[in-house]
Every structure is written in C-alpha cells, then in structure tokens.
Design a protein around this ligand. Sequence first.
Ligand code: FAD
Length: 417
Amino acid sequence: MMDAYETLIIGGGPAGAMTAAVLARRGRRVLVIEKEKFPRYHIGESMLPYCYFPMQRVGFLDKMKNSRFVKKYSVQFVSPNGKISAPFYFTQHMDHEAAQTWQVPRAEFDALLLDHALESGAEVIEDTAVKDFLVEDGRVVGLAVRGADGAERELRAPMTVDASGRASLAISRFRWRKMDPVLNKAAVWTQYKGAMRDEGLDEGATTVAYIPDNGWFWYIPLPDDIVSVGVVAEREYLYRDGRDLETIFHREVKENPWIAEHLAPGVRHTDFLATGEYSYRSEFCAIDGLTLAGDAFAFLDPVFSSGLFLALRGGEMAGEAVDAALTAGDVSAARFSAYGEELCAMMETMRKLVYAFYDTEFRFKDFLMKYPELRGDLTDCLIGYLEKDFNPLFNAIAEFVDLPQPLAHGRPLVPCP
Ligand SMILES: Cc1cc2nc3c(=O)[nH]c(=O)nc-3n(C[C@H](O)[C@H](O)[C@H](O)COP(=O)(O)OP(=O)(O)OC[C@H]3O[C@@H](n4cnc5c(N)ncnc54)[C@H](O)[C@@H]3O)c2cc1C
C-alpha cells in the first residue's frame, strides 16, 4: 500500500514551511504537523538581505512586498556610552532589490509563509503535537502524533523532516545535542509600544547596542509602533543578582544611554521572556528516513540575525535534498551528506564572525583599517551571502583573534565502511 504522504514535516515555522513549499511545488505529497494554532508568537524578527532568494524561489516575494512589515535598509551599532556609528546601508554593497529586507512580527510572517506552503500544495495540521518518531531497524518510518482532542495516531512516510525549532525533537530523542564550547549566552527580552524610532531610512534599522562586559541589546522596530528589545550576555552576568527578568532588564537598560533614551517615551507592551541554551548543533543532520532543518538542527547566537536566513535557506536545501532522495528511491542518511556539508560550512562562516564579535580585543573598525580590501567579504557575511570562499577574510581576522576550529559534527549518521 502506498503511504498517504511522501514526507512528514515536524513544525510549521520558517524552516518547516519552506521545506514544505519546495517539496509541494515539485508535486510531492507533504504533511506539516504543527503543535500550535497559528498565528503564534515567536522571537527572531530581523531578516538578512539574502533571505530574499529562498523566498523568491518559492514564489513568496510578492506577499512580502505587499505586507505591512517594516522595511529594513541598514544595521547600526551603538557603543556602551550611547554613541552611534554611521548606519551600514545594504545598498552601499548590493545593487539589487534584495538590499531592502524586512523586520517581521513572527506571528504574522510565520502564518503567511505556512499559508503559502498550503497554497503551494502542502497539507498542514495545526494543534497537533508530534510525540515520538517511529523507528524500525534504525530507520525513521513515521511519527506518533497527538491531536488537540487528545487522540493519538501514527503517520507513516518514507521521509521525515524535523523542523521543530529549539524544541529540537530528534536532538532530544536521540541525545544528539552538542553545545558550542564557547558561546554560552542567555537573553531577556520584551516589546515596547511608542518607543523612539529613528527617522527616514533608519526607521527600520536593526540596532545592536553594546553594554560593558561584552553584552548587547537588540532594538528592532516592528509595525503598530512596537519595538522588540532584548539583552544578550553571559548567563552568569545576567543572573548575578537573581532571576527576576524585569529587574535584570531595567538594570541593563541603564548600561546604555541610547537604549534608555529610546525606550523612555514607550510603555512595555508584553511580558518579559528569557532563554538560555544559546548555541548548539546536532551531532548528526540525518539518519535513514530523517533529516533536520533550521533550529532543530542547530542554533547560533543571533547577533548577526542569521537564524531566519539559515531556517529559510536550510529549509530550501532540505527540500531539494529530500526531493532528490525520493526521486532516487533512496532515503538513506548518506543522501544528505552534501546537505550537511553545505549547511555546516555556512554556519561555520557565521560562527567565526560571532566569535570575533565577542572577542574583547577585536574591533571591526580596526580590522578594516588594516585590510580595507576585505570590506566586501565581511559585508557578504553580514548580508547572508555565505556560500563563497571566505578563507582570505578569516585568515586576516585570525591575526587579531583566536577563531574557532570548525565543529567536526553535523553530518549524516552513516555506517562505518
Ligand atoms: C533571543 C533570540 C533572538 C533572535 N533574534 C533573531 C533575529 O533577530 N533574526 C533572526 O533571523 N533570527 C533570530 N533568532 C533565531 C530565530 O528565531 C530562529 O532561528 C528561527 O525561528 C528558526 O526557525 P525554525 O523554523 O527552525 O524554528 P521555529 O520558528 O521555532 O519553528 C518551529 C515550529 O515547530 C513547532 N513544534 C515544536 N515542537 C513540535 C512538536 N512536538 N510537534 C509539532 N510541532 C512542533 C513549534 O510550535 C514551531 O512553530 C533569535 C532567536 C532567539 C532565541
């Protein structure tokens, strides 16, 4: 008997919806199983210019252009004394409409993208949680799910994609979580209404505002006069006086005059939220019948807004790899070797940049004074153009800071030859 679906996708966030859209547009029978009822809140609003290309490939751009999402043209950095650097405009580097990207309230964006997957031909069931993987002879053959009514059932398909985000079902079930050896941060955040916005093109800028001791604030303008604002720092630093999130947040606001001034006219609009477990990568990206995408595979400190890009581009790549595996009639883990290699390579590029960001000895400004010819490569990283050779850039940065060795894990689990 033929399975009803060729692929089951756990999670309807950006990675799952993108994988589903790619597969459905190729005529594949796909089912997305989402635990929540969309729209639902999610953190992570700031896009990179290169998010444009995966969205273009699944025909989603018109919906973005017709949306009310705030247009983002730039990133700006604020030092701990509140002094702002000249904004970095993407148009200075990119003569392409992708240079204008967006700040997206995730409840709306994720619902729009999941609807797009539906329109592309995928099936979606919400309010349904995946409880476990069905595993036979070391191969994932389906999922055990529980619907809103509490009823449990089994679904079977030749392929499953885990796009469950930071819940990371496969990582938990198979004990594959490997924390980054250095990037151990935590974040506390909220939203404000009526806080100050910069003018003109800078109204939609992402602002990264440093606090002393190696932490930083994000300040992201959203529609309806809302701003997403949060602080990231070492866990021990943030929680040094206790665990009350409001106290922590307001204590840190005082550490940067630009943030204090911008928040002053606003009122807090949502509760405080927090997260730890900042940077991890799964030991494997695939076993027979299963592959991982988005945060379900790996999470990198989001200081350069790489999460959405990696979810969208990774979802696109996962969709293509699954399609090729289904066409070949071979869904073994080895089919996902190129996928794992390419994804890990992109992540390593971003990861090196994140390490440099947190190194107290390193200043991007000083680096560019010595190596002005590498400005283009640096900018390519910052806009999400990660699929190129960055050796010249990182060989030069390595003169200033200790860069991490690439992590050895993240490839498919294939039997030893
Ligand atoms: C503090 C913080 C700030 C961030 N800021 C940014 C930013 O500015 N820019 C940026 O690009 N990225 C940012 N990120 C990262 C970004 O949020 C993620 O990388 C992105 O959401 C990943 O998308 P995803 O589809 O992999 O996972 P998600 O968006 O988390 O989607 C996963 C989906 O799976 C569903 N799910 C989970 N478990 C189950 C289950 N058992 N059964 C069924 N469904 C399930 C969930 O309900 C969810 O809808 C930030 C992250 C954090 C923590």
